[in-house]
Ligand binder design. Structure first.
Ligand code: PGA
Length: 256
């Protein structure tokens, strides 16, 4: 069975020293590894301090929030996959809705980022999700599956083994209005069917599909109780050590 994966997306929060203090605090609250995979994604500027604070064999993995698809060159302000690998990152969030809406990222760029991540040994966490207008117009399925097919086109089954999909309805992000478990499960199931149709059943049953959008200690248990939901991408509630550790504890629901 797929292990739960909890990813804390810090967005543009915490300096390097705040990151170190946060990691210490979470570790005190949670000294042993939970029965779930855990990743934190601090801003670029805090990655090195976070890596040092975590140590070489920590149960908390390190991820970045974005990458450029080229390895190096004249791309002012950008950071590449090899740079992130050297800092100890194993994961990278790609195509977050804030990148799409605030920074104009399109599926073509997201596809190149996914490919670059895989090529350099980073596991991409591909974010997809519909806006409220899309949902109200009945376009959830077509929007989400188009984002997935445009971003994952050309990938092999082996590649897919290193990809995570995060379903994050845009209307649920940072709004305090999470999708209901039922709404999330419906979309997770159609994503899995879409992966099955595009690759095969084995790939579809192995891929982890996370839910993101106003996940809190209050709603995480009900979301993770479903077999369709393999973990959470947490924004606001991952910034506080107490609420993050509580989410990690609640993620330890045994899976059949
Ligand atoms: P939120 O953010 O938990 O604050 O809604 C989730 C995300 O943007 O990944």
């Amino acid at each position: 069975m797929r292990r739960h994966l909890i990813v804390g997306n810090w967005k543009m929060n915490k300096t390097a020293s705040e990151a170190v203090a946060f990691i210490r605090d979470v570790r005190e609250r949670m000294p042993a590894s939970p029965h779930a995979d855990v990743v934190i994604a601090p801003p670029f500027t805090a990655l090195e301090s976070a890596r040092n604070a975590l140590g070489p064999s920590s149960w908390i993995g390190l991820g970045a929030q974005n990458i450029h698809w080229e390895t190096h060159g004249a791309f002012t302000g950008e950071v590449s996959a090899p740079m992130l690998r050297e800092l100890g990152c194993r994961y990278v969030i790609v195509g977050h809705s804030e990148r799409r809406t605030l920074f104009g990222e399109r599926d073509e760029a997201i596809q190149k980022k996914v490919q670059a991540a895989l090529k350099h040994g980073l596991s991409p966490i591909l974010c997809v999700g519909e806006s409220l207008t899309d949902r109200e117009a009945g376009r959830t399925e077509s929007v989400v599956t188009a984002q997935i097919s445009n971003s994952l086109t050309g990938l092999t089954r082996g590649d897919l083994a290193n990809v995570t999909i995060a379903y994050e309805p845009v209307w649920a992000i940072g709004t305090g209005r999470a999708a209901t478990t039922e709404q999330a499960v419906t979309v997770h199931r159609l994503i899995r069917l879409f992966v099955e149709a595009g690759w095969n059943r084995e790939t579809a049953s192995a891929i982890r599909i996370l839910y993101g959008g106003s996940v809190t200690p209050q709603n995480v248990e009900s979301l993770l109780a479903s077999d369709a939901i393999d973990g959470a991408l947490v924004g606001g509630a991952c910034l506080n050590p107490d609420s993050f550790a509580t989410i990690l504890r609640l993620a330890q629901i045994p899976r059949a």
